[in-house]
Every structure is written in C-alpha cells, then in structure tokens.
Design a binder for this molecule. Structure first.
Ligand code: ASP
Ligand code: MG
Length: 403
C-alpha cells in the first residue's frame, strides 16, 4: 500500500494532472494499492486568499469562511485527477478530507488532525479503486470544514500513511529531493540519499523549505518513513527516516541559507531581572517570530540584547519596542539593521564529533567573511553574516565540509 502526495506544481495544469494520473495508474498496475493526496493547482490557494482580501478589505474574514473557501482548491484537483485516471481506463474515486475520515480541532486555517478513521479509504482500496484524496483539509466533530495550514497537504499524506500503516509514503514535488545546499547557490550541491527527521527539521527551520515542518514532526512522532522525489522524472529521491548509527558518520548533512534577515539590538540595558521578559513578551504579543537571541555578559551592570527576525517584521518590531525603550530611559537605545543573512550547517553527526564550529569559522575567516552572531543547537551551528556575502559563504562552507 502506497500513499503518494503531489504538490501544487506537480498538478499545476491539466497536462500535468494527466501526467500525474499516468504515474498513479502505473503504480497501481504494478500491483499496489494507491492513495494519492493532491494539493490545489499551483497559485490557486494564493489567489483564493487574495480574493478574500478583496471582498473583505476592512475585516479579516472569519476562519470558518476562509476554510470553506480554501478547501475548494484541493477539491478541484481531486475531481480532475480522478477523471483523468478514469479516462485512461483506471478506476479512481475522489474523496474530500471529511469523506476520508479526517477529523481536526476547530482552529480554523491551522487546524490539527485529532483523529483519522480510514475505514472508507480501506474499503475503496480493497474494492480495487485508486483513492484520490484532497490534501490540506478536514472537518471538526461538529462538521465544519477546516484546513491544516499552508503546505498542509504534506500533513494529510503523512497522517494518512500513518493511519493506514502504508508500506511506503512518497512526497512528489518539483525537485529531486533534499539537497546539501540550494543548487542555484552552490552548483556542487547534490541530492542527499537519506536524512534523519531532526536534520530535515533543522534544515527547514534554516530556510531549506521542501516540506511543511509540522508534517515532518508528525512523521517523526509516528515513525512514518517517507521519500521526497520529483514528479517530473524517475530519479530516486531522499529518504527521510529515523536516525540510525551509520548516519552519524557524516558530520554535516547540509548547509542552509536564509536571506532577508534583520537584527534588533537594545543596548545599555540595566542588567536586572524582568527586562528581557518585557522585551520578548511585547514581541510575542505582536505575533512576531524571532530567531537567534544573544545577550552579552555584563561587566558594568549594563548589557546588550540582540535578536534576529525576518526583514518584513522589522518595522513592526521597532514600533512595538519603541515605547519600552523610551520607558527605560537614557542611555538605553535601540538599533536595527537589515541586510543580514543566516548560514547554518546541520548534521546529527555533530553530537559525536568535535570541531565543527572551528572548521566552519576558519573557512569563513579564510575568505574574509565576518561573523556577526552565532547560535548552536545539538545538531546545528548557525551564524549571521552580511547578506551580500551569503552565497559566497555557502559555497566556501559547503566545500570546507567536502559535501
Ligand atoms: N494548497 C495549500 C497551500 O498552498 C496546501 C498545499 O499545497 O499543501 O498551502
Ligand atoms: Mg503547496
């Protein structure tokens, strides 16, 4: 039993839907039971979001209506894909999230799956049908339509694979798999054959976005091994799996970059309890997502707190913090900088190998690249640098670790 997922680009036109239908049919004719989860055709979800803004410019539409709207994108694709398969002589049945037994909580536009009853899907498969399942959607116990957050079709596929105890889960996308770095930046980058869940999550959080992070977390929790591969060719993809001892032999699995970062520094802050709390509470209340936080040790009773965030949130962060800084009074001041990039190396091998940071910093130093901030986790070392040097830095670090 195979669960496949086809993303928006893979079903981006009626020709592409026919190509996908052919692939699904081929998989079925090879003797497999097949559930194919499909996304909305590329651009459709964005267009729906835009239209909602156009009819309701002054009030944010209710989550209930947003979900009724957004779920239509996937519903279009399931019907078209099923029709294409039937036209080719196969037997496909389309199911909405609700029809497939996907029950969620009531957090509209970012609902969590609370239960899946796969009995209807199983019955159809046992009757010899191919099931085409709408990604990204479910319903609440009270019967409301919900969606699972942007990119949520990945989650539908992983969760359905877990519920069905499928033998294989394949995520089809428009690249061959997960790469050691973005090949548009580092031409030497190559596809990774096998990657651990935690590495995939760290790569995603540092900019290498192949899949929705929540889906990878879900796969980790339920031990769903899956493959990310290309819907336009037959190349083997990247297997994402539980870690095993052999994986630690490779110290660095990949290099990730994140552009358009900004830095906020609040300087001369009194080194007393409660200051950091008030700053970050305000940031959190404003719904701003931050990344690295650095606070210097104070020798003088004053300290500096810096953090990074996406450039698009820089103005909001300034407006949020200005009153707090003013209240703290002279000589506390705030400084913000944009044009910052983040470079991370990721690998579970770091747990058992030393010297990764030294090796990375030396490679950057040799190339005259200045490091601004540093942060680490058990399996990641990350630095911020001038954004204009980001691509150069990625190349240098990628080759320093012989990737
Ligand atoms: N169509 C939804 C989105 O664009 C879900 C998905 O593609 O996974 O976010
Ligand atoms: Mg998508």
């Amino acid at each position: 039993m195979i669960v496949q997922k086809y993303g928006g680009t893979s079903v981006g036109s009626t020709e592409r839907i026919r190509a996908v239908a052919e692939r699904i049919l081929k998989t079925h004719r090879a003797g497999n039971q097949v559930v194919a989860v499909v996304s909305a055709m590329s651009g459709v979800t964005n267009r729906l979001v835009k239209m909602a803004g156009e009819v309701s410019p002054d009030h944010e539409p209710t989550g209930r209506e947003m979900d009724v709207l957004l779920a239509t994108g996937e519903q279009t694709t399931i019907a078209l894909a099923a029709m294409a398969i039937n036209q080719m002589g196969g037997s496909a049945i389309s199911l909405t999230g609700e029809q497939a037994g996907i029950v969620t909580d009531a957090e509209h536009t970012r609902a969590r799956i609370s239960n899946i009853d796969p009995s209807e899907v199983r019955r159809l498969l046992d009757d010899g049908h191919i099931v085409i399942l709408a990604g990204f959607q479910g319903k609440t116990r009270a019967g409301r339509i919900t969606t699972l957050g942007r990119g949520g079709s990945d989650l539908t596929a992983i969760a359905m694979a877990a519920a069905l105890k499928a033998d294989l889960c394949q995520i089809f996308t428009d690249v061959d798999g997960v790469y050691t770095c973005d090949p548009r930046v580092v031409p030497d980058a190559h596809k990774i054959d096998e990657i651990a869940y935690d590495e995939m999550l760290e790569m995603a959080s540092s900019g290498t976005k192949v899949m929705q992070s929540r889906s990878v977390e879900f796969a980790k929790k339920f031990g769903v091994r899956f493959e990310v591969r290309n819907s336009m060719n037959d190349n083997p993809g990247t297997i994402v799996t539980e870690e095993h001892p052999n994986m630690e032999a490779v110290v660095v699995r990949g290099v990730s970059i994140e552009r358009e970062q900004a830095k906020v520094t609040i300087d001369n802050v009194p080194d007393t309890p409660g200051i950091a709390a008030s700053i970050f509470q305000a940031i959190s209340d404003a719904g701003i997502i931050i990344d690295m936080i650095v606070q210097n040790m104070s020798k003088t009773g004053k300290t500096a707190i810096s953090f990074t965030l996406h450039r698009s949130d820089q103005k909001k962060a300034e407006d949020t913090l200005r009153p707090i800084v003013e209240k703290l009074g002279d000589p506390v001041f705030m400084e913000t900088t944009d044009g910052i990039g983040k470079l991370s190396v990721v690998g579970i091998g770091m747990r058992s190998h030393s010297g990764v940071a030294a090796h990375m910093f030396t490679a950057l130093a040799k190339d005259g690249i200045n490091i601004q901030m540093i942060s680490t986790s058990e399996i990641k070392t990350a630095v911020t640098i001038d954004e204009s040097q980001l691509e150069e830095a990625a190349k240098v670090v990628h080759s320093a670790f012989n990737l």
